[in-house]
Design a protein around this ligand. Structure first.
Ligand code: SF4
Length: 375
């Protein structure tokens, strides 16, 4: 696989990927959107709000204010998968105390960490009239786009297949097709009796045919089939734009990192589940495989409190995702899962239960009898 960068700035990157497969490119796109960590305000404590804006709207606005989340800023911060993520003390505190008349801007948010602050100073948050006061405390945390859009590092993350334009020299040249192009990609050259592809376009980092929208207006305008528009199945034009919280190159590298670390084992496990389902005629393994195959956005996360509420003593419960430590478990329940948080594992074992991997349960209970799937 080859990558050619066409343009790169603090918040936008356009590049060509050659010799890749659609599932891989789509996986990169998805992971970049929902599995790359970013910092955003999660909790807001409104001490005083005299403005006309409702507290909820103000909190929502603060949540969507982009905060610097580059590698430097993220270093040492707890991630959602860490057990201490839920505790306030691990977040970054912000204070805001302003009195009107004035417009309160993002730059008025005072951070407890000099590295982590609003990306832009001039995002208006609220307008205060004479004598009105706004006093808030807020806590920012690291999260993932799969939980909420405020943690999504990309504002645009999309690809298209690499266009390919061919001319049929066996028929008469049809100049009409060039006139029909809404993007001005095709240019008639009557002197040399050719239709040329314009190499450079204003305001576009892409070259020549890469600017083609594949709308096929040119094909429809040509009565004799002179022009044909297709695409190269293994080449792609990829665009990533961010809200400035982190550079697009960092998003891409992190997405590749996540994909490399998580995918191979999961794919192997899913294949094993399908095979066992066929060999043992056990539908449960197919069901688990299908749940694991869903997009990361829908990966199951189950708290111990849910298991305590629904599982009976002595039962075996299978979570096709991660078990989290919230809540207590009093009965002995064996729990099978893809992942356990360290605290969840400790609590299950101290209640007398076992933490079992999906691989292990497939070996010890090949038919998957008496297992309840829980999400
Ligand atoms: S497919 Fe559309 S954008 Fe591409 S060359 Fe034809 S008319 Fe122009």
């Amino acid at each position: 696989m080859e990558i050619e960068v066409r343009s790169q700035s603090d918040d936008e990157m356009v590049f060509i990927v050659r010799d890749a497969e659609v599932p891989f490119i789509n996986a990169i796109r998805r992971v970049a959107m929902v599995n790359v960590p970013k910092i955003a305000i999660e909790d807001v404590n409104i001490i005083r709000n005299d403005s006309a804006m409702f507290n909820e709207v103000l909190a929502h606005r603060l949540g969507l204010t982009p905060l610097v989340s580059d590698l430097d800023a993220l270093e040492g911060l707890s991630l959602p998968e860490d057990d201490d993520w839920g505790e306030y003390t691990n977040g970054i505190m912000f204070h805001l105390n302003e009195v009107g008349p004035k417009v309160v801007y993002s730059k008025d948010l005072i951070s407890s960490d000099s590295k982590i602050k609003p990306v832009y100073d001039t995002i208006p948050l609220v307008k205060l009239k004479d004598g009105e006061e706004l006093n808030i405390e807020a806590v920012a945390k690291v999260g993932y786009g799969k939980e909420h859009a405020k943690w999504m590092p990309t504002t645009v993350c999309a690809y298209k297949q690499y266009p390919e334009i061919t001319f049929n020299d066996d028929v008469e040249i049809d100049y009409d097709c060039a006139q029909a192009c809404p993007r001005g990609i095709l240019k008639s050259d009557r002197r040399s009796k050719k239709i040329k592809i314009v190499e450079e376009h204003e305001n576009s980092p892409l070259i020549g045919v890469e600017n083609c929208a594949m709308c096929k207006s040119c094909v429809r305008a040509s009565d004799n089939g002179y022009i044909n528009v297709g695409f190269k199945p293994n080449d792609f034009i990829f665009r990533i734009e961010t809200d400035g919280a982190m550079p697009p190159k960092e998003v891409l590298l992190k997405a590749c990192d996540v994909l490399i670390k998580t995918n191979p084992n999961l794919i192997e496990l899913i294949n094993k589940l399908y095979e066992q389902s066929r060999n043992e005629d056990a539908a449960i393994w197919r069901d688990v495989a299908q749940r694991l195959e869903r997009s990361n956005r829908r990966t199951a996360e189950v708290n111990l409190s849910d298991i305590a509420r629904h599982a009976e003593a002595g039962e075996t419960v299978l979570v096709p995702g991660k078990v989290l430590s919230n809540g207590d478990l009093e009965n002995k329940v064996d729990v099978v899962a893809l992942k356990f948080s360290a605290k969840a594992q400790e609590k299950i074992e101290s209640a007398g239960g076992e933490c079992i991997s999906i691989d292990e349960i497939m070996e010890s209970n090949p038919k998957g009898s008496n297992i309840r799937i829980m999400e």
